[in-house]
Design a protein. Structure first.
Length: 293
């Protein structure tokens, strides 16, 4: 692959970029097979799909020709359904997975979604900053530095209360943004036959008791559906995946070890935000918004 490439987007030329940068753009979804590229030695702009090594080859499945069968010969078992039972999915879970996969639309362009990205820095800042302020206030109260009988203690107590109030407000804001992002990614999967809707995914998390179970659907199920749907559609196969094992560990620790769940929440939310931004910034569905600097 050449070391100097130029890109044409909405009539504007960008570059030059190295071959490694071009591959990275393709992996991130910033350029697609229909994007126009040019390098020295080419007479005209060409589609990025023809650049060797930039995109994985599209598999071509050839239909098998039916075997010749003499007139009057008995039909094989697979034509009469005799062997069909031997290859059917076994178990209720396998049946549900096969049924959901069969309901997916044919491989092709994934429909457009709302162009609303996510900011991991914002949500992590609210949650992390809120926790830090609350811990600081608790530490000041438990350290013995504030003595109500001493002069000026009222101002110190007021400062601690302000720290607690600001910390709690930050954590509540972070939790709200967390739920907004969960609903947003669920909504981006609506064209891929997800197992639930955005409203149910978030709303049932507020049901006491039931939310202990529903968290596995809203979070762990989100990772499973995201990975399944992005693998099905060719143009989404470069999407960042969500670690389903991390989602499962988070759901379990949220019940038995809340501090551990809080630690696991940060990398899990980072992956969810990357998934949201991949869908929101797909250039094929955001004409004029793909910029190269």
């Amino acid at each position: 692959m050449s070391d100097q490439w130029h890109l044409l987007q909405d009539g504007q030329q960008y570059g030059p970029y190295s071959g490694e940068q071009l591959v990275q753009f393709a992996q991130e979804g910033r350029i697609v097979r229909e994007s126009l590229v040019w390098t020295e030695g080419l007479e005209n702009w060409v589609s990025a799909a023809v650049v060797e090594g930039l995109f994985p080859p599209v598999p071509v499945v050839a239909a098998a020709a039916p075997a010749w069968r003499p007139p009057g010969a008995p039909r094989p078992a697979w034509m009469t359904g005799g062997a069909a039972q031997n290859v059917a999915p076994r178990g209720a879970l396998a049946g549900r997975m096969a049924a959901r996969a069969a309901e997916l639309p044919a491989d092709g362009p994934y429909p457009a979604v709302d162009n609303k990205p996510a900011s991991f820095g914002m949500v992590a800042g609210f949650v992390g900053g809120g926790i830090a302020l609350v811990l600081l206030a608790i530490g000041l109260m438990g350290s013995g530095m504030i003595k109500p009988a001493e002069q000026g203690a009222e101002a110190q107590i007021l400062m601690v209360r302000v720290l607690l109030a600001i910390g709690c407000a930050c954590m509540i804001t972070g939790v709200v943004v967390n739920y907004v992002y969960l609903a947003r990614l669920w909504s981006y999967l609506r064209h891929g036959r997800p197992q639930t809707t955005p409203g149910k995914a978030v709303g049932l998390l507020f049901v006491p008791g039931f939310n202990l179970y529903w968290r596995f659907v809203a979070v762990y199920g989100l990772a499973q559906d995201w990975n399944r749907i992005t693998r099905h559609f060719t143009e989404l196969q470069h999407a960042p995946k969500i670690n389903a094992g991390l989602g499962l560990a988070y759901c379990i620790c949220a019940i038995v070890a809340l501090p551990v769940a809080l630690v696991l929440w940060f990398p899990l939310m980072a992956q969810i935000c990357r998934a949201i931004n991949f869908m929101a910034y797909r250039p094929v569905h955001r004409p004029g918004m793909l910029l190269f600097g």
